[in-house]
Design a protein around this ligand. Sequence first.
Ligand code: MN
Length: 260
Amino acid sequence: MAIKQTAGRDALGEFAPKFAQLNDDVLFGEVWSREDKLSLRDRSLVTVTALMAQGLTDSSFKYHLMSAKKNGITKSEIAEILTHAAFYIGWSKAWAAFYMAKEIWADNSDTFDEKTAHENSMVFPIGQPNDGFAQYFIGQSFLAPLSTEQVGIFNVTFEPGCRNNWHIHHADKGGGQILVCVAGRGLYQEWGKEVRELKPGDVVNIKTGVKHWHGAASNSWFSHLAVEVPGENGRSEWCEAVSDEEYMGYSSSEKGTAEK
Ligand code: MN
């Protein structure tokens, strides 16, 4: 996916249109966009180190530290990167870099960075805390409405360990739910059946009347689109929670056993 960059045109479009075009379309549009060759996270790591080596502490260094964070480099990782590089680059350059890094990763735990990294791994937004349904979930979930006309489509994101209660989608005619998995690793189970592990690209068709739950694996963020299949008088019936005991039983055997 090509990165859309406008910084060059914004700052120098009038004064140096060629430089602006090379910056936005070539450096970012082509080189940074070759994600199949090197991840954005790795490119950030290289860029931050290269800028630090020059002793830069200007707005471009700040921009690249912010992208590094956005691309999934955590607080403890940036500290380790700068510490390692300090030996090769120079102690005082590391000091200068640390002052800026400290500001950018201020008050952010590594958990926050994992959420950002998860959001960056998918094309849909995480949205807002799913407060309206919190009573039917264990752990924190997030909701981003994508389509609220014709067919309702919502991107639902679960933090690691988060899952919804057992529930049933009812309708007098039609109805039900389709889950389209978009990022991370998740779990799905129908009453009386084996738990099923979900990965991006998996689709789950849930007929009306089927008691089930869905959520994240214990060690991974997870997002799926929830598609509301149109029906008459559609409604959800919420039942008991999936206990820690039940859930941990599944997640300890997450690899391989799910499809058995
Ligand atoms: Mn459901």
